[in-house]
Design a protein around this ligand. Structure first.
Ligand SMILES: Cc1cc2nc3c(=O)[nH]c(=O)nc-3n(C[C@H](O)[C@H](O)[C@H](O)COP(=O)(O)O)c2cc1C
Length: 155
C-alpha cells in the first residue's frame, strides 16, 4: 500500500518553502503551508517579536486547521531556525495535531546556526510518533542528491 505523505511547513522568507516544494516533488505528498492569522511584521522587528514569543511559549493562531491529520502515514514538518528552535507557528501546528503512531520527519533551513534544538523540540511536540533524522539546509542551498540520500533513509 502506498504511504500517504503530508509536508507541512512554515516559511517567512521562502527558503523553507522551496525545500518543502522539492520534497513534495520527490515524494508526491500533500503540501500544507502553515499560515498565521496575523502575519509577522516585515523588517527587523520580527526578530524581537519571535524571541518574546518563543520565550513565552506563545502559540500564534493559524488561519486553518488540518482536518485530515489522521489519514497520513508520514508527516514532514518544516521550519526555519528561529532563535535555535522552531518558529512559533510550527509550535501551534504540532500542538493542534496528534501525530502519535505516525512517522514524523523534520526539515529546516537556517542562517548558519544549524539545527539548534529543532529536532528535539519537534519530537517533544509529537508524543508517540516515530521521529526520523532531519534535513538541515543553510538558506536555500540544498541540492537534489542531498534530498534523495536523506529520503532513502527516512521513508
Ligand atoms: C526571527 C528570526 C530568527 C532567526 N534565528 C536564527 C538562528 O537562531 N539561527 C540561524 O542559523 N538562523 C536564524 N534565522 C535565519 C533563518 O533561519 C534563515 O534565514 C531561514 O532560512 C529562513 O527560512 P524561511 O525563508 O523559510 O523563512 C532567523 C531568522 C529570523 C527571521
Amino acid at each position: 500500500l502506498e504511504k500517504k505523505i503530508l509536508i507541512a511547513y512554515y516559511t517567512h522568507s521562502n527558503n523553507t518553502e522551496k525545500l518543502a516544494k522539492a520534497i513534495q516533488n520527490k515524494t508526491g505528498g500533500v503540501l500544507h503551508k502553515i499560515t498565521l492569522k496575523t502575519p509577522y511584521p516585515s523588517g527587523r522587528s520580527i526578530s524581537d517579536q519571535a524571541k518574546k514569543e518563543i520565550d513565552a511559549g506563545f502559540k500564534p493562531e493559524l488561519v486553518s486547521k488540518l482536518d485530515d491529520a489522521e489519514t497520513y502515514d508520514v508527516v514532514f514538518v518544516g521550519s526555519p531556525n528561529w532563535w535555535y528552535t522552531i518558529a512559533p507557528p510550527v509550535t501551534t501546528f504540532l500542538s493542534e495535531n496528534d501525530f502519535a503512531g505516525k512517522v514524523v520527519v523534520p526539515f529546516y533551513t537556517h542562517g548558519g546556526g544549524g539545527a539548534g534544538s529543532i529536532e528535539e523540540d519537534i519530537a517533544k511536540l509529537c508524543e508517540g510518533a516515530k521521529i526520523q533524522v532531519g534535513l538541515s539546509v543553510y538558506g536555500d542551498g540544498f541540492n537534489d542528491a542531498q534530498i534523495d540520500t536523506w529520503l532513502k533513509k527516512v521513508i
